[in-house]
Design a protein around this ligand. Structure first.
Ligand code: DAT
Ligand code: MG
Length: 152
């Protein structure tokens, strides 16, 4: 696997329900490296760009209403294969199909309130990181225990 970066966001329902710590700890304990973190209330313009691929879907305007309804916690995580791994930690889009042990499987019921977003590929990760973060908000750093997380 190669070292990648992915964009993850705790949606307004996750923030309102007090799940920020519960979600952060899963990525932290997995061993991924936190590169960027901020709380931000998205503008409609930002939300419409973020969910642009769904523009023609019937749920699009409701989705934009929801995602702009309050603060989200936006993050960039780095690590080997983090894009696919984060999607596994997050679980299936429909929470009732998400396995127990995943974030959505453990913490969500409704597809329209599924707590968290994660990029679904290399191109979307790059696009979403650039959309939500300025370069200066991203931190390159070496955790002091890095040698214990990766093969030597
Ligand atoms: P994911 O968030 O797992 O990448 P997606 O990209 O297909 O899923 O959809 C983006 C979000 O849109 C999803 O997290 C919740 C919402 N959504 C998707 N399909 C929906 C539907 N049929 N009805 C209502 N909301 C939906
Ligand atoms: Mg998606």
């Amino acid at each position: 696997m190669s070292v990648e970066r992915t964009f993850v966001a705790i949606k307004p329902d996750g923030v309102q329900r007090g799940l920020i710590g519960e979600i952060l700890i899963r990525f932290e304990q997995k061993g991924f490296k936190l590169i960027g973190l901020k709380q931000i209330t998205a503008s409609r313009e930002l939300a419409e760009k973020h969910y642009g691929v769904h523009r023609d879907r019937p749920f699009f305007s409701g989705l934009v209403d929801f995602i702009t309804s309050g603060p989200v916690v936006a993050m960039v995580w780095e690590g080997d294969g983090v894009i696919a791994s984060a999607r596994k930690l997050i679980g299936a889009t429909k929470p009732l199909e998400a396995e127990p042990g995943t974030i959505r499987g453990d913490l969500a019921i409704n597809i329209g309130r599924n707590v968290i977003h994660g990029s679904d590929g290399v191109d979307t990760a790059a696009f979403e990181i650039g959309l939500w973060f300025q370069e200066a908000e991203l931190n390159d750093w070496i955790p002091s225990d890095q040698s214990w997380r990766v093969e030597g």
